[in-house]
Design a protein around this ligand. Structure first.
Ligand code: DX5
Ligand code: ZN
Length: 210
């Protein structure tokens, strides 16, 4: 299972990146929030571009914003593996996925806990990744919503039935206690924030998650 670490909960993000550089985490997860799609505002494109310079890990960028285009067009894509937009926004999703792909970056769609998974159906052929939210997006340190794993299983089945190659990722409230259950559900990648970054030994916590 791949591990991506969210640095949302930390004030000193440069320090977090340098600590994560010395772990075996697969990606660093950047939670971008516009204060409108979610009630929190975090990360400007300039800040992300500056963090990329010091990172030895690739980023996966989770855009919790109403207007992803303005972020996608201003990001330095050289160190980004995935750009993920939300399925619930009132925008042309196909156009946004094409835009991401036009930069040779992998594209993902994220889905909030109460959104019907059928919202993803029209885009499955285009997607490199699906990010199932296991908390209401907005803040780190929330409790894992357990029915998220049923949603993951249903999506895995749809992916299998259609012979698709899509990375299944889950984000929110993942910790050492629920990691093994999450792994059993067939998840390819977990995003974890506070469980890793509230500790003094990031690598130790990453080991618990794998
Ligand atoms: C929530 C974010 C998550 C969150 C993860 O809106 O998308 O990435 O920061 O943090 P934890 O693991 O603390 O829930
Ligand atoms: Zn996230």
């Amino acid at each position: 299972m791949k591990v991506s670490v969210s640095i949302l909960g930390l004030n000193d993000r440069k320090k977090a990146i340098s600590l994560l550089n010395n772990t075996n985490c697969d990606y660093i997860h950047i939670d971008v929030m516009d204060g409108s799609f979610v009630p929190n505002k975090q990360f400007t494109t300039e800040e992300i571009n500056n963090l990329e310079i010091i990172s030895k890990k690739k980023f996966d960028v989770h855009l919790m914003v109403d207007n992803p285009r303005e972020y996608i067009e201003n990001l330095d894509i050289s160190n980004i593996e995935y750009i993920i937009v939300h399925s619930e926004i009132a925008k042309d999703i196909n156009e946004l996925l094409d835009l991401i792909k036009s930069y040779n970056v992998k594209c993902g769609l994220s889905i909030k806990p109460n959104t019907d998974i059928s919202i993803l159906t029209p885009y499955l052929n285009k997607l490199d990744l699906i990010l199932v939210m296991s908390v209401e997006p907005g803040f780190s340190g929330q409790e894992f919503i357990s029915n998220s794993l049923d949603r993951v299983s249903k999506l895995k089945q749809i992916i299998k039935n259609n012979n698709l190659d899509i990375v299944m990722a889950i984000d929110g409230g993942i910790n050492g206690s629920n990691a093994s259950l999450v792994k059993k559900s067939g998840i390819d990648m977990v995003v974890s924030g506070s469980y890793v970054t509230n500790s003094l030994d990031y690598q130790d916590k990453i080991n618990d998650l794998r």
